[in-house]
Design a protein around this ligand. Structure first.
Ligand code: MG
Length: 257
């Protein structure tokens, strides 16, 4: 069941969103050739500790519990990459996803960062990923049904000849990081039954994942890291967004800036 949030509750969720955005600012400042994703993860973990925020990714149940407070997905990795001690290289792209809970409310956001200078096709992929997220956030304030929003994201992917990952979806968010509804980045006939109404009080983690090549993915032997099947690059942009009478609010505003 979808749990709508009151104005007061959305106000409380702003604090979690603000901390997630600050964590991303730490990440953005640290990213450069030579730095490892483990070092960045440790900095985010320390920040959440200082803020007395509960990290939501560490220990997340799976075949093995997720071992870090951030997901660090490099180049052809789509989501759920595990931080390690390999130094980043100029020309890489790094998708960083993290979330925390504070005062009982959750925030969740992801961004794909360039490491040093990246080539033109990668720049195009980064721009398209960010555009897909922006188009969706603008559309949730205007449309009545989520499927129409998903269709607009698909248009962004299509015009750039990229593909949207279908295997992973966004989600409702509140006291728990993952709440109903599921928020897919695509529409299909079969999905019509799972469509939902866009209304004030809905808080969604909207998170398109765009692949340079095919939409197909596979999971590595670590049981977490998701990579593109064709080895081409992937980007991931996510905000926690609250729908209000006055339009959508990005609770994680500041991520990637
Ligand atoms: Mg999410």
């Amino acid at each position: 069941m979808i749990i709508l949030k009151s104005k007061r509750e959305i106000g409380l969720m702003k604090e979690a969103g603000r901390l997630v955005a600050q964590a991303h600012q730490i990440v953005r400042k640290m990213i450069e050739p030579g730095v490892s994703t483990e070092e960045i993860d440790v900095a985010v973990e320390r920040f959440f500790e200082e803020q007395q925020a509960e990290p939501l990714f560490k220990g997340y149940p799976g075949e093995t519990p997720f071992p870090a407070v951030t997901c660090m997905s490099l180049n052809e990795q789509v989501v759920h990459g595990i931080p390690n001690d390999e130094p980043l290289k100029a020309g890489d792209i790094l998708s960083v996803d993290t979330g925390c809970r504070v005062n009982g409310w959750c925030g969740d956001a992801a961004w794909t960062y360039p490491v040093g200078d990246v080539d033109a096709p990668t720049q195009k992929l980064l721009r398209a990923g960010e555009e897909a997220l922006n188009v969706a956030i603008e559309a949730v304030g205007k449309q009545k049904k989520w499927s129409v929003v998903a269709k607009q994201m698909m248009k962004v992917a299509k015009k750039n000849q990229f593909s949207l990952v279908e295997k992973f979806v966004g989600h409702g968010i509140g006291r728990e990081m993952h709440e109903p509804p599921q928020v897919p980045n695509y529409t299909k006939e079969a999905l019509k039954n799972e469509d939902f109404e866009l209304q004030p009080g809905l808080v969604l983690a909207i998170e398109p994942m765009l692949n340079a090549g095919v939409a197909d993915i596979r999971v590595l032997n670590d049981n977490w890291t998701v990579v593109t099947k064709d080895g081409k690059r992937s980007v991931h942009f996510e905000h926690t967004v609250a729908l209000t009478e006055d339009g959508p609010i990005r609770l994680t505003e500041g991520v990637g800036r």
